[in-house]
Design a protein around this ligand. Structure first.
Ligand code: HEM
Ligand code: HEM
Length: 228
């Protein structure tokens, strides 16, 4: 199938990998323990959705990082910088669209993942903490979608944020404080945009990665529940 040049390239790649593996021990650390496990017979399609959610998160992370190269979090330039990304930067529209669609799709895959876990009773002892970190991960994903919406600084984002902020404001007793903390003032403005940007690209992703590590650690510790 591969021609002679192809075979040579594969051999060269293999020897590069062996060189690296000798020095870093990648196979011992990862390969045998994580990547070479067999999928049990009982696993079915519904077990894909945790992994799919993870894949979408990685895609959001990578496309998001690339967008920070062009996006400017200021009321004067945010909208223009997104426009510039869409129409002037090569592959900018692809990267932004991948971010936009993954943000919607991850909510769908997470709901199906939750439903699978619930139906299999995998939230019960000893996996309670895994369910709890899952709930927090769902909250963080929704918070990322909420803060991301304002960033293009368009009508849709502005009014969606207004509705969300007023829902927060209706919290009993603490509503006014939470509203002021969220917006950084009495109205949506320059401080809100910077605040949402910082939350979106620093605070929320770091917290999500930490919780994902805990989530995966517990999956390794307890195994996946395959029987109903
Ligand atoms: C669960 C994770 C995430 C979700 C759900 C999410 C969601 C969103 C959404 C809904 C938008 C608005 C997109 C649009 O209007 O087309 C957005 C924009 C943006 N996001 Fe994210 N995001 C996530 C992670 C990240 C990360 C990790 C970064 C960077 C480190 C990032 C950087 C950006 C930037 C720079 C924008 C502004 C550009 C634009 O509006 O298209 N995002 N995000
Ligand atoms: C970004 C978010 C999330 C990612 C990337 C993720 C990823 C995963 C993966 C890959 C698994 C292995 C089994 C499978 O895929 O079905 C898993 C298991 C699990 N997840 Fe999630 N998950 C997330 C959110 C959630 C949510 C929202 C919940 C529930 C509220 C949850 C609860 C659980 C539980 C209880 C298990 C253990 C299941 C078992 O042992 O059979 N996860 N997660």
């Amino acid at each position: 199938m591969l021609g002679l040049p192809g075979m040579r390239a594969v051999r060269r790649l293999r020897s590069c990998y062996r060189w690296l593996d000798d020095r870093l021990g990648i196979d011992d650390a990862l390969g045998k323990s994580v990547l070479h496990r067999t999928v049990p017979r009982q696993a079915n399609f519904s077990f894909c959705f945790g992994g799919l959610s993870f894949l979408l998160f990685v895609l959001l992370f990578v496309t998001g990082c690339f967008m920070t190269l062009y996006y400017v979090p200021s009321v004067d330039h945010a909208h223009d910088s997104v426009d510039f990304m869409m129409y002037e930067v090569s592959l900018g529209a692809v990267v932004r669209s991948a971010h936009h669609w993954s943000a919607s799709l991850i909510v769908v895959t997470l709901v199906i993942h939750m439903a699978r876990v619930f139906v299999y009773g995998a939230y019960k002892r000893p996996r309670e903490l895994n369910w709890m970190t899952g709930v927090a991960l769902l909250g963080l994903t929704l918070a990322s979608a909420f803060t991301g919406h304002l960033l293009p600084w368009d009508q849709k984002g502005y009014w969606a944020t207004k509705v969300g902020a007023h829902i927060v404001r209706s919290t009993p007793w603490l509503g006014e404080y939470l509203y002021a903390i969220l917006l950084g003032g009495p109205e949506i403005g320059a401080v809100t945009l910077v605040r949402f940007y910082a939350l979106h690209v620093i605070f929320l992703p770091i917290t999500t990665v930490c919780l994902l590590l805990a989530h995966f650690w517990m999956i390794r510790r307890h195994g996946i529940k395959y029987d109903l």
